[in-house]
Ligand binder design. Structure first.
Ligand code: ZN
Length: 237
């Protein structure tokens, strides 16, 4: 039959392992939320960039329209002037100005057409991006909500696990508890069985003294320690 001291400390280790696992999970939640929030921000920024691109094209188009409008006014003014002049050289000079402005207008119109084409493309691109983006953002926001819910569930579970650890600790004799705590800060397991003469923690061979202490041969009621890694060892047939 196994030493009752071993039984109580194994129960403590079991509860402690569960507590540590839950605490690790709960610590990961804010990190995960931050990551998802970053994805959302990136998604929004990309969409905003696409929107800005479209706006810039639209304001370029407006600018060109204004320039075309004022060039057309100039053209009309020259044409009126041309009707009024008497001298042939003045008439020709105005005719030359008119040609220049006409060329300018057709160049502006060419550019306007290119921009209108670009706007169509940008609008299509933006609509697709917006649809995908909205879907991704909604998915990520749902992920955050479920992470928060998971966090709340975990918080309750951690509290329960901590209470269970408290109950288990109360049943462990002081020298065992001290030995356990000393090892547990380095990470669990702090209590391991001996299998085939080897420590279940570091897998190195234990001395025959340790082995017989673990078997409870000296029966001083104190824990036996692995002479390699210092974990509490117990005999498991
Ligand atoms: Zn060991």
């Amino acid at each position: 039959m196994r030493d009752p001291a071993i039984e109580t400390i194994l129960i403590l280790q079991d509860r402690d392992t569960r507590r540590v696992a839950l605490e690790t999970q709960i610590k990961a939640i804010p990190v995960d939320i931050t990551l998802v929030e970053r994805h959302i921000a990136e998604e929004k920024a990309a969409l905003e960039n696409a929107r800005t691109e479209l706006r810039e094209l639209e304001s370029k188009k407006k600018l060109l329209e204004t320039e075309i409008g004022s060039a057309e006014q100039t053209l009309a003014k020259y044409r009126t002037q041309q009707l009024a002049v008497r001298k042939n050289d003045e008439y020709q000079a105005l005719g030359h100005e008119i040609e220049t402005v006409q060329a300018q207008i057709s160049e502006f119109e060419g550019r306007e057409l290119e921009i209108m084409f670009a706007i169509d493309g940008a609008k299509r691109k933006f609509a697709t991006a917006e649809a995908t983006s909205k879907q991704n953002i909604a998915g990520n926001e749902a992920r955050i909500r479920s992470l928060r819910e998971r966090g709340e569930v975990l918080a309750t579970e951690v509290k329960g696990a901590q209470e269970e650890v408290g109950v288990a600790r109360a049943k462990v004799a002081t020298p065992w508890l001290r030995a356990y705590d000393r090892m547990a800060v380095r990470g669990l397991p702090a209590v391991v069985p001996i299998h085939g003469g080897k420590c279940g923690g570091c897998h190195l061979k234990v001395s025959s003294e340790v082995e017989s202490a673990a078997r409870g041969k000296n029966s001083d009621g104190l824990p036996a320690f692995c002479d390699q890694c210092n974990r509490i060892v117990y005999w498991e047939a």
